[in-house]
Design a protein around this ligand. Structure first.
Ligand code: NAD
Length: 256
């Protein structure tokens, strides 16, 4: 898929990995609908990048808002060819925590709702539009790229909700690719290690250094541009499908 002929919907496009993806796609001539919360920087980024970039306010967990956002992206740009799911939250809490109390189900459910069900909500609504796209030269109609985490595989103490949500994203990657193969729509997932985004800002310097030391090579936090470069490659490479790719400098997270 040629990025300069691609319309992409980037959830969480107002910050971090999603923002870097929006900027990379825009630089390669793609059109991007940033889907993010009203309080995000999405509107400002769209305004900065010009008329090929649109900001759509929406919560990935809301069925009506996402259906309307897909409609607006199609109305503005004619189609949606790529969906990049970057919206997500990080939460922490042990199975049995403070004062030997069980973890509240509220935050656990919220994490699953945004990271897993929200991702699927966007996929199902966008894919139902993508099936109407005309085939490109590679006989493709679209591509879906999700964001899991290495925590899907090496969840640490306190990551039970986050790891469960990201494990779900990994688990649905192959069946979605299989479901959509008849339409020429691919689905891949990126499992990032530790990246330098607002999600990780606010960490004390000592904690950041310890994190960096735990990454074999390169021993530094990942750059959002490196995540965006992989998104661009997945869009452009029609043979990538049904797979989760770790992007992590060979980190295997310890239990804490
Ligand atoms: N930064 C890392 O080290 C890292 C590592 C592994 C995985 N990830 C995953 O990558 C994704 C992006 O992370 P990031 O570091 O860029 O985070 P970020 O906090 O910088 O950006 C997340 C964006 O998602 C948006 N968002 C949150 N909830 C939303 C909702 N319900 N509906 C719509 N938008 C919503 C936020 O407004 C924000 O703009 C997340 O899914 C995260 O779990 C990040």
């Amino acid at each position: 898929m040629n990025i300069n002929q691609t319309v992409a919907l980037v959830t969480g496009g107002g910050s971090g990995l999603g923002e870097a993806t929006t900027r990379a796609l825009a630089a390669k001539g793609g059109k991007v609908a940033i889907l993010d919360l009203a309080k995000s920087q999405g509107a400002a980024i769209a305004q900065e990048l010009g008329s090929n970039i649109l900001f759509l306010e929406g919560d990935v967990t809301n069925e009506e808002q996402i259906a309307a956002a897909v409609d607006r992206a199609v109305a503005a740009f004619g189609a949606v060819h790529a969906v990049i799911n970057c919206a997500g939250i990080a939460t922490a809490g042990k199975t049995v925590g403070k004062n030997d109390q069980p973890l509240d189900l509220g935050p656990f459910k919220r994490t699953i709702e945004i990271n897993l069900i929200g991702t699927f909500n966007v996929i199902r609504l966008a894919a139902a539009r993508m099936v109407k796209n005309t085939l490109n030269a590679e006989v493709e109609r679209g591509v879906i790229i999700n964001t899991a985490s290495v925590a899907a595989f090496d969840g640490q103490i306190g990551q039970v909700a986050y790891s469960a949500s990201k494990g779900g994203v990994v688990g649905m990657t192959l069946p979605i690719a299989r479901d959509l193969s008849q339409y020429g729509i691919r689905c891949c997932t990126i499992a990032p290690g530790i990246f330098e985004t607002p999600m990780l800002m606010g960490l004390p310097d000592s904690a950041r250094k310890a994190l960096e030391a735990s990454i074999p090579f390169p021993s530094r936090l990942g750059r959002p541009t490196e995540y965006a470069a992989l998104v661009c490659h997945i869009i452009e490479n029609p043979m990538l499908n049904g797979e989760t790719i770790r992007l992590d400098g060979a980190i295997r997270m310890a239990q804490r």
